[in-house]
Design a protein around this ligand. Sequence first.
Ligand code: PXP
Length: 269
Amino acid sequence: MNFTLGPGRTIFEPMSTNTLRLGVNIDHVATIRNARGGQHPDPVRAAEIAAKAGADGITAHLREDRRHISDTDIDRLMDTLELPLNLEMAATEEMLEIALKHKPHACCLVPERREELTTEGGLDAAAQHNQLAPYVSELVDAKIRVSLFVNPDRVQLAVAKAMGAQVVELHTGSYCDALNDGDAEKAAGELARLQQAAREGHEMGLEMHAGHGITFDGVGAIAAIPELVELNIGHFLIGEAIFGGLDSTIRRMRSMMDQARASSKTAIA
Ligand code: PXP
């Protein structure tokens, strides 16, 4: 797949220093489909709607237990999708084989536990360095952009960089949870951690992404962090689409991201 738009630029690079890409995570369209075991609703159709509504990429997490996205979904996304696919996966031999077969635009390595409801925290890249490093190398060698999903912590960023990952995605769950709980003091602290980690990661030369738990309430402050170039958002968009429709929910999120970014005072070099 080639997303080249002009000399040396790809669709998945920021169009200017102040733009922020939206990756729409379609996992939970598959969750609803799987509740009945048929074909409907189809996550690939959701991806097509997301593309028309202003998404810059599609994200899908192929879990070991296949609780939502299936192997067939990944096959079909790779065959039909016009946007870059960001494949979220655990660092396992099975997932590596699938990634190398498909060669998606990007792979985001995430921690995975069967008993968890969602990806509850970031990878401990420092503690798992020896386990993760060979996966990062194999994916990078296959020209797949590699991202590590980590908590906003300088040590994790430094280890990700040392391993050769080009991208880090910051886990925004603690900030979003504090906001939902109405705990303003905790939310302010978590936001400060995200801001600092985004700055530090950018200074290390990492491309900075963020995601998890983002809603209309949380997106403004996150989108205003100037070093971030991509947000990945799923559960809220799919849930809210029940009330507002997928197209208009994505358009609204896209426009809130753009407004927050436009009014954020600092532009980065
Ligand atoms: N980014 C990563 C790495 C994730 O694992 C997830 C959840 O699958 C998301 C973003 C999206 O989180 P949410 O569905 O809460 O928006």
